[in-house]
Write a protein that binds this ligand. Structure first.
Ligand code: ATP
Length: 243
């Protein structure tokens, strides 16, 4: 089953700049789907169109639809979308720097009953023991990798059905990228969370995704199983640096 279906989506910013130009993609329930492409292709915009955050940046969906569990959500408000089970982890690890690690996590669970809080927190700490060690520390003092862990942990507190991850590898050393991607894969397998993963690191993304889409200039230009994309000569040349 397709948990998310984006059909023929057009998005403009500030009434004039057309950024998505008829984009269609699907994210299958229980799977990891990768959305790859160069800088400025419109990957972040795609995620924001799903989470409803596009409106907070003077963006507007002018055409097409976003269906979640077969229901249109492209006119819903962001808070409604979070309550429906979709959570976006923004690019650049936007944690609350003046709050402690644990306070950040508590914020992530704002849509859930507080009775769930201890169990959700224990689960996040089991995935990210480093966050538990630093739970009283201000988030602003965490390393880049720890902040990325916190951003993902905060999302898990909301018990999402669909997790939108925007470039979790950005600016991280290769070993840390591997560590975080392994945890993303575990969250997918152990919690059954469906994941739409935006990445410039195509190799890392395709190593954990089952399906991938490549977008350029506001449209999908290619899609296939991760294996088929990894073996595709154009993908190898332009996205995997094997040309
Ligand atoms: P990156 O990896 O650099 O974030 P991306 O594929 O995620 O790239 P987007 O961030 O979606 O791409 O940006 C797509 C285009 O939309 C770019 O040309 C960008 O300048 C433009 N854009 C993004 N956000 C806004 C905004 N709030 N207002 C106007 N233009 C925007």
């Amino acid at each position: 089953m397709d948990l998310l279906k984006i059909e023929n989506l057009e998005v403009v910013y500030n009434d004039v700049i057309l950024v998505l130009k008829g984009l269609s993609l699907k994210a299958r329930q229980g799977r990891i789907t990768a959305l790859l492409g160069p800088n400025g292709a419109g990957k972040s915009t795609t995620l924001k169109a799903v989470s409803g955050l596009i409106r907070t940046e003077d963006g507007e969906i002018t055409e097409g639809s976003v269906l979640y569990q077969d229901r249109p959500i492209h006119k819903s408000l962001p808070e409604r979308i979070v309550r429906d089970g979709i959570f976006q982890v923004m690019e650049g690890r936007r944690v609350f720097v003046d709050l402690s690690v644990e306070e950040n996590l508590r914020c992530g669970g704002f849509t859930r009953p507080s009775s769930e809080y201890p169990e959700s927190l224990a689960k996040v700490y089991a995935y990210f023991p480093r966050l538990q060690e630093r739970r009283k520390q201000l988030a602003g003092y965490l390393s880049g990798g720890e902040q990325q862990m916190l951003a993902i942990g905060r999302a898990l507190m909301a018990k999402p059905k669909l997790l939108l991850l925007d470039e979790p590898s950005l600016g991280l050393a290769p070993l840390l990228v591997e560590e975080i991607f392994t945890i993303v894969q575990r969250v997918n397998q152990e919690e059954g969370v469906t994941i739409l993963l935006v990445e410039q690191n195509a190799r890392a993304a395709l190593s954990i995704a089952q399906h991938g889409y490549i977008m350029e200039n506001g449209r999908i230009v290619m899609d296939g199983t991760s294996e088929s994309l990894l073996n595709n000569p154009d993908v190898q040349e332009f996205y995997l640096g094997l040309g």
